[in-house]
Design a protein around this ligand. Structure first.
Ligand code: 3HC
Length: 329
């Protein structure tokens, strides 16, 4: 696969003979499917790519709690409230696994979180859209976690050991997230009023395209993919993962009795995949630039949470120090 990337004139991928002996030995380890561990030598570019991707993945988990948190006090039943709270707590845990995996690369958690707050680091664009109805909580579980699952199941085989192991743990919880979301929509479509059924369709109309944007730009417009594929950080390209997601999601959409806001979405027997329309890339890059419906609100909320939680962290550090002194005495 690596040789193939080089032949296609892949962007920024060194050929073996351009590599130093260390880089060549590293690439041979990657190609031999031997996991890279924190203590192994690695090219700085590999380290920086992982810090970038894992930190932004962690930021996405933490910011992703906000749109859903908006509905905890308004869940229609105690059961739905408990499910939603459990899911949100899971996402917090996913963020912690991922920040810990990032720290094994020598990155500082506070510094990376500061980059999130000052706009230097990204988080998934999907979380910049508002949750306007209870159906959105179902759609986020089904579509957003569904898209995350497609990406993360493949990421379980990423070449960096701590990231791969974090993914294995996270994927076990994501399937519950997707299932509970789909169940919310199925209940509304099966037993809801006409208004509630319309609420579901409206929610899908608003989240369908932003969910497809979660897989990133087209492969040809992705500055990171070629190198990430050569280093097996990424195992499948953005477009491959997007297609996988669409192919598995459309039958679920039809089972719900709903439609997607895409007139070009149709099964292509010859390709053995669904054809679909073009994503609004202007919207995608506008949201990435900070001009989505909720970008400012999300970052302001995260900053406030960090400021208001400082005393908890200080108390925990003080307690840990005390425990250390007692143990040393
Ligand atoms: N939102 C925000 N930024 C995005 C994006 C999106 N949907 N898609 C791509 N980007 C950014 C990339 O980060 C990159 O910017 P950077 O170089 O400054 O980091 C730029 O757009 C170009 O994209 P590339 O395809 O070249 O970048 P990558 O090779 O990093 O691929 C990715 C992007 C597919 C998101 C990859 O980073 C990835 O797989 N990340 C891990 C999974 C992840 O972060 N998922 C986010 C959702 S997590 C989630 O949904 C939680 C769940 O529990 C609900």
């Amino acid at each position: 696969m690596y040789a193939q990337l080089v032949e296609t004139g892949a962007k920024r991928v060194k050929s073996l003979d351009e590599m130093s002996p260390e880089e060549r030995a590293f690439q041979e380890r990657i190609d031999a499917e031997i996991k890279i561990e924190p203590k192994n030598w690695m090219p700085d570019g590999y380290r920086q790519t992982l810090i970038r991707q894992i930190s932004q993945h962690a930021h996405s988990e933490v910011v992703g709690m906000l749109p859903e948190g908006n509905w905890v006090t308004r869940a229609p039943t105690l059961k739905r409230k408990l499910q939603l709270m459990a899911k949100i707590q899971d996402e917090a845990g996913h963020g912690l696994y991922l920040y810990s995996a990032m720290e094994t690369l020598g990155a500082d958690r506070d510094e990376e979180i500061e980059k999130l707050h000052n706009g230097k680091a990204k988080y998934s664009s999907i979380f910049n859209y508002p949750t306007l109805s209870w159906a959105d909580i179902g759609t986020i579980g089904w579509l957003v976690d569904g898209a995350a699952i497609v990406n993360q199941v493949v990421l379980q085989r990423t070449s960096y050991g701590p990231y791969s192991r974090a993914m294995i743990r996270i994927c076990k919880e994501e399937s519950f997230h997707q299932r509970q979301g789909y169940q919310i929509l199925l209940d509304l479509m099966r037993h809801g009023t006409d208004e509630q059924k319309q609420m579901v369709q409206d929610s899908i109309n608003r989240f369908w395209w932003p969910a497809l944007m979660m897989f990133g730009p087209h492969d040809d417009d992705s500055p990171n993919s070629q190198q990430s594929m050569a280093w097996k950080i990424k195992r499948k390209s953005n477009d491959e993962l997007r297609q996988m997601f669409i192919d598995q999601t459309v039958p679920q959409l039809e089972f719900l009795g709903c439609t997607a806001p895409d007139p070009d979405l149709k099964w292509n027997e010859e390709r053995g995949h669904y054809d679909f329309g073009e994503i609004n890339w202007q919207e995608f890059y506008d949201v990435l630039k900070g001009n989505g419906p909720c970008n400012r609100e999300r970052i302001a909320t995260r900053k406030k949470a960090i400021e208001e939680g400082a005393w908890v962290r200080e108390a925990a550090v003080a307690y840990a120090e005390k425990q250390k002194q007692r143990a040393a005495a």
